[in-house]
Ligand binder design. Structure first.
Ligand SMILES: [Zn+2]
Length: 173
């Protein structure tokens, strides 16, 4: 028996290793999304079925939102839901719903072979969010502002914007 296994066998505790997160029906907190054209384009005839069974989990950590790569449920920072701008939250939901569909199709959501801004799953999700932002009348600068996050470098932002066929000025413009 090696040292680590010996140490394990000396532990006098029992840790239940199948945690259950507490989740809520998506529709309890996000209403009317099944009527949004962009959402219907994401799920097509499965829109009601998917949104009707989707779960949302609220986390206490700061952050925005994401999709679990274990079971495809939506994870939202409670702080962000309380304090974020409504339009940002709305566009993020559109973005994440694309990931929900990708998960259901069996796509790898966090493919580390790609940089974040080049990852096909991210590009598709951003494309839906940006199209929706255009439809709602947001200007180019406002959309860039929406895309800008503290963990994306200015260079990555410009690369993403180019991929999404957005107008981008040179630095300083
Ligand atoms: Zn994403």
């Amino acid at each position: 028996m090696n040292g680590l296994m010996a140490a394990d066998s000396r532990l006098n505790v029992d840790i239940i290793r199948n945690p259950r997160v507490s989740t809520y029906p998506f529709a309890d907190y996000f209403r009317g999304f099944e009527k949004v054209g962009a959402v219907r384009r994401i799920f097509k005839e499965r829109t009601e079925e998917v949104l009707g069974t989707l779960k949302v989990e609220f986390m206490s950590r700061r952050g925005y939102m994401g999709v679990s790569d274990e079971d495809g449920h939506l994870i939202v920072s409670a702080y962000y839901l309380r304090n974020g701008r409504l339009i940002d939250i709305y566009l993020d939901v559109i973005h994440e719903l694309v990931h929900v569909r990708q998960f259901l199709e069996g796509s790898k959501l966090f493919d580390e072979d790609y940089d974040y801004v080049d990852r096909p799953t991210e590009v598709e999700a951003y494309r839906y969010a940006v199209e929706e932002a255009h439809r709602l009348g947001l200007g180019n600068e406002e959309i860039l502002e929406y895309l800008r996050t503290e963990w994306m470098s200015e260079e990555d932002l410009r690369r993403l914007a180019r991929t999404l066929h957005m107008k981008i000025g040179s630095p300083g413009e």
